[in-house]
Design a protein. Sequence first.
Length: 435
Amino acid sequence: MKNNYIGDIKHKNILFLQGPMGSFFKRLDALFRDKGAKTYKIGFNAGDCLFSHRDNYIPYRGKREAWYDFVKRFLREQWIDQIYLFGDCRFYQRIAIKAASELGIEVFVFEEGYARPDYITMEKYGVNDFSRISRSRAFYDTLDLKTLPEPSPEPAGFSQLRMVVSAVVYYGVSNLLFFMYPHYRHHRDFSAIKEAFFGARSLLRKWYYRWNERGYLERIKGTCSGRYFFVPLQTHNDFQILEHSGYGSIEKFIFEVLESFACHAPQECWLVFKHHPVDRGRKEYSTFITDQARQLGIAERICVMHDVHLPTCLKHAIGTVTINSTVGLSSLYHRTPTITLGNAIYDIEGLTCKGMAMDDFWCGQRAPDAQLLEKYRRYLIFTTQLNGSFYGRMPDFDHCLAVENASADVKSGQVEVCSNTPLPCASVLPTCVQA
């Protein structure tokens, strides 16, 4: 069964929880109503309310400790068949997934796309390390490439302006009317003033970096090509790090990479760090990186960048070191050897340097198997991705809803479940969901 197969929703009772900031879930709600579903939306702050339909919106104003009993009772009383939510590591979502699992209710999780920029992710059960997509090479080796459709996405029409406006409105309304939801706690800092400051600083830094880093791209493609290892940094509060890796901070990851590089990488090689654009206004690791490199005696072999073209950096690198960023997938698509230091859905023998110690990667890195990569890419997109954007063109859900799709899993008729991955509805909840 495809992980993004929904089935016939006519006469089904569907619950929406928090979606991406903006109108995406409101539009999806309307679409499902048109298909004959009865829908509900539970919100936790005034921003959720603003981007919801008024006739099916239920505010939750209780304490965190009471959320489990509330949502489980709601699921029972309204005979809910399916839940749709964004992200599976936020407190309210995790508790709802646990309650739904106990009641046998289907849960569909949205997330940013694995294959960007023209896709978003929707998976049954969970995303990222909670995804049930197979991570066994043997499974992909048995697939017939001819039965896997070649992806041909239409431009998703992502609008950064729409995303920014949605975020500003969401934060502003939620902050202004905070008293209506006195017990709500956001999964990140929820200050509209701080977000406005970070946004302004990000814009100023972007202009500065564009000027300061002029000429970097030509050097990457020219004299530095094939002479550096690439380290794309993830956002400091990414659940991929906090939940799906052993790193408590980006700084710990940076130091570990620097130390290993200093001891084991060839002397003629460089190490290039690139900041995540979302963290541009929030975090600046340049001083930390150069200070640590100086102590290790490798300062002259380190380069720190911010806004240089990512695909070019990947294409010309010897190898890529990441925790579990989706940039690792892009690195593989460029046939660049890649090692992951956290849990990643693409960390598969033959794709990444799975099982290899980082100390050995600098001299013993392996390129991905081309045929295996193509099978994995097509399968991943076919079973987990939707061509569209949260802030652009709405995906076409018809192929997810079509009844005849129920057995069209790639001709082989089966999808292997990754059995080693704990589900997000585990009875022992991780720290990110504790009150």
